[in-house]
Design a protein around this ligand. Structure first.
Ligand code: ATP
Ligand code: MG
Length: 449
């Protein structure tokens, strides 16, 4: 094959053989968020560029190197969202959600775009599950947001993941810290990369986040922000820890975490794994008490996190965590001849309306080829319909698991078949109990119809 082109570098297709895993993860994330009271928000893929330069910050890697920015036909500068928080915050302000009872808790599943060097766990189009809790400064909210991410990993049975937290304080206490950082990096000026020299003037904390090995090495001995917290920020950080302790969520304090986006204040955190290589941060987040004002709104202390779906999938894979199998075909109808094909079409239509995953031959194949196809689909039951079956008004349904057959009247096929599958499912359940299998009843029942 000579294809005219392939998928763009750093993008991924999710093929039908994999998409059920994504759907399961996405449903799980949204369900957990729902339990915590976070409602889904959907915002556009692209925004005006200044939304990100102002919020993410123009000295960050994301804004300086990674954004997909272009002028549209009207000459406006547009950027594909590199992250989810800025758009959600803009929508919160633009639609006056601050007038609703606070906190407003929102979540989203979105694609994000960053022009990065593609490698394992680092793509140019990736997906984030994010939550944002708008309108509370309480450390209880920090603990709740962290506990939501923790719940996700717990629910999915992920083991090798640890929570690291830090506080980067408020603009007040950061003034002193910036002075200390400037003094320190001034003395190493000769070795810093060009970007960091610029950061030294504008935003010295960004140097701590530089990916260049020399700058990272220098940053290791830099003053740490926790030593510069004002009393209020120190107290807030202490209380976050008290909540985490009370909820028995294990964590460690990592004073090196500053996160890559400028809007963060006070609590920052990461869930990190050693199982998926260099890109080990599966979830990152924190508080951003000043963001809404930065965007032209009033003071709305808030926080949230972003979890990388592709990294989460890598993590599940690396730990051998099996996700539920996709729903099988319940019934495959194999007609012989034109008349039977018409009957098959109306049979599966009635069954589908009753919630049965039914299929029939739409390729005009021989019975043998159809049965092969039904086998590949993993059909639980099959039925072959010939012209004389239609005349007799009954067909024989075969259970593909044990080979048993049952006669069903064509006229009441949908009702009788439903009864049959329910019996079969009850039998499956009894067998599973008898075998002492571990049954997740919710997903078992959910998988039936
Ligand atoms: P990193 O340290 O990998 O550069 P980051 O600090 O830029 O991550 P955030 O902006 O906080 O990450 O995004 C939150 C999460 O989104 C990350 O923890 C990660 O799981 C995911 N993520 C970020 N960038 C990418 C990417 N290029 N490809 C895949 N996932 C990503
Ligand atoms: Mg990054």
């Amino acid at each position: 094959m000579a294809l005219i082109t392939k998928a763009a570098r750093g993008t991924q297709d999710v093929l039908p053989s994999q998409s059920h895993n994504h759907r399961f993860i996405e449903n799980t994330l949204l369900e957990i968020a729902d339990e915590f009271g976070f409602k889904e928000i959907r915002t556009p893929v692209f925004e005006h560029t200044e939304l990100f330069t102002r919020s993410v910050g123009d000295t960050t890697d994301v804004v300086q190197k990674e954004m997909y920015t272009f002028n549209d036909k009207g000459g406006r500068s547009i950027t594909l969202r590199p992250e989810g928080t800025a758009g959600a915050a803009r929508a919160f302000l633009e639609h006056g959600l601050f007038n609703e009872p606070l906190p407003q808790k929102v979540c989203y599943l979105t694609s994000c775009y960053r022009y990065e060097k593609p490698q394992a766990g680092r793509l140019r189009e990736f997906h984030q599950f994010g939550v944002e809790c708008f309108g509370t400064a309480s450390p209880a909210a920090d603990a709740e947001v962290i506990s939501l991410a923790n719940e996700v990993f717990g629910f999915l049975g992920v083991e090798d993941i640890h929570l690291e937290i830090n506080s980067i304080g408020c603009p007040e206490c950061r003034k002193n810290y910036h002075t200390a950082l400037k003094d320190y990096f001034e003395s190493k000026k000769g070795d810093l990369c060009g970007t960091c020299l610029e950061r030294l003037e504008k935003n010295p904390m960004r140097i701590l986040d530089c990916k260049s090995p020399i700058c990272s090495k220098i940053a290791e001995d830099a003053p740490i922000v926790i030593d510069y917290l004002c009393d209020d920020c120190a107290d807030h950080f202490k209380k976050v820890q008290e909540y985490l302790d009370e909820m028995m969520i294990p964590y460690s304090i990592n004073p090196q975490i500053v996160r890559g986006l400028d809007y963060y204040t006070r609590t920052v955190f990461e869930f990190v794994s050693d199982s998926i290589g260099a890109q080990g941060t599966v979830c990152g987040g924190g508080r951003y008490d000043g963001l809404m004002e930065e965007l032209g709104g009033s003071h709305v202390p808030s926080l949230g996190f972003g979890m990388g779906i592709e990294r989460l999938m890598l993590l599940l894979e690396s730990q051998g965590i099996k996700l539920p199998e996709p729903k099988r075909c319940d019934l495959y109808v194999a007609p012989i001849g034109d008349k039977a094909s018409l009957k098959a079409a109306s049979l599966v239509q009635a069954l589908r309306q009753s919630g049965v995953a039914a299929q029939f031959d739409v390729a005009g194949r021989s019975v043998k080829a159809q049965m092969k196809y039904a086998n590949k689909l993993g059909a639980r039951f099959t039925v072959v319909i010939g012209d004389d079956d239609i005349e007799k008004g009954v067909v024989t349904v075969k259970n593909m698991d044990d080979g048993e057959t049952v006669e069903i009247a064509i006229d009441e096929f949908d009702e009788e078949f439903l009864e049959l599958t329910l019996q079969q499912s009850a039998q499956d359940l009894q067998d599973a109990v008898a075998n002492g299998d571990n049954i997740d009843l919710k997903s078992f029942l959910g998988g039936l119809m």
